[in-house]
Design a protein around this ligand. Sequence first.
Ligand code: SF4
Length: 452
Amino acid sequence: MMGQQGGGQDRLFYSFNLEDHVPQNHLLRGIHRFLDLSELRGHLAPFYSHTGRPSVDPELMVRMLIVGYCFGIRSERRLCEEVHLNLAYRWFCQLGLEDAVPDHSTFSKNRHGRFRESETFRHVFETVLQRCMAEGLVGGEGFAVDASVVKADASRASGIPGEQTIDWRDSKRATRAVREYVEALDDDGEATTRKSVSLTDPAASWTCAPGGPAFFAYSTNYLVDVQAGIVVDVEATAANRTEEVDATKKMIERVEERFEVRPKQLIGDTAYGAAPMLGWLVQEKQIEPHIPVWDKAERQDGTLSRSDFSFDAKKDRYTCPAGKHLQTTGRTTADNTVLYRASLYDCQGCALKPKCCPNAPARKIPRSVHEESRDVARALSGTDAYRESRKKRKRVEMLFAHLKRILKLDRLRLRGLSGARDEFLLAATAQNLRRMAKWLVPRAPNWGLVPT
Ligand code: SF4
């Protein structure tokens, strides 16, 4: 017999328990198990007044933001609607059926105000990371580093030529992103000239890094423990290699300072293989660089390269294929290299000269002051451990793919470097929580029903 739905929506009283309506294998149950925000109120207490009307509970706002970043809900207005309508989201945010969801404007005020001043999102990120460590997901043996470019909330049309003079202190332009940019200029001095500068987000870099037409962007830098792919630190920078390499040092030092964890090896691509970076890793930090050496010394025109000369560290000299010695005064040049020179007398009468230094009276070889560290990296590159670490580096790339495809963070919603920092911290927090929920919660038979 065909059934018919009764129109029973006008009942006044229900016997309803939210807990019973959230599936046991829902991803948010796993996340809830590992998210402990008990210290959040204490962390934020100095930033709230002791008098006046009670504010929206900061834990509620952070929980809502975590829902948004975990499920790729990028708009705060939509997030409020979703939390209002979705029972699992309500349950995770510890709201009852009749509790009001905060207005979307509350997020904007708190994000740009006390959350930023108190570094709330870093506090939440580190709380979650601490839990990952307690659960044994961070081995501390090997870290991998990489950066990914994310579009800024600034259109191409907002750009003007970099050489054009702009009065950034003009009150008509005084948006939050511009004020932050001006403050950074006051701290760091004059900005470097760029090809294009956005009027809406002047700190964003004009880049065509992934290929294709240029756009305004920031870089998210991840330092990842390769054991389980946990993000141990994240940093927002301009989308350029110099700042990305500097961010790596900052992240390694911060993890060491906060958690007393220093990796045995750092895995990265050629961008991190410049001599000063390798020198810092090997000499200062005693970290094995599983990084290809950035080497411009190899000649491509068929003449003898530096690798055709042997170096004697004890005697501090090179010996050329003709058996002659190249000596140095030991003076360091501006780019941190030491020059080794053959004698004019030796080279003038040498049969190998056309293949060695056809356009110079005598051969000279520059050697970086970090050459020993570069040699350490070169020696590691032939080992099985290195081949293994190249495969593990893919974990960072997978996290970036997940960030953009699943969490939908392919374009920022907040402007300025602080906005990028907030968004990247929340996204990395969401990724770590999802990783714990998926790795550590036993799988139920209908696990496939859980959102991915
Ligand atoms: S040209 Fe000079 S440096 Fe080069 S092989 Fe001959 S002697 Fe050695």
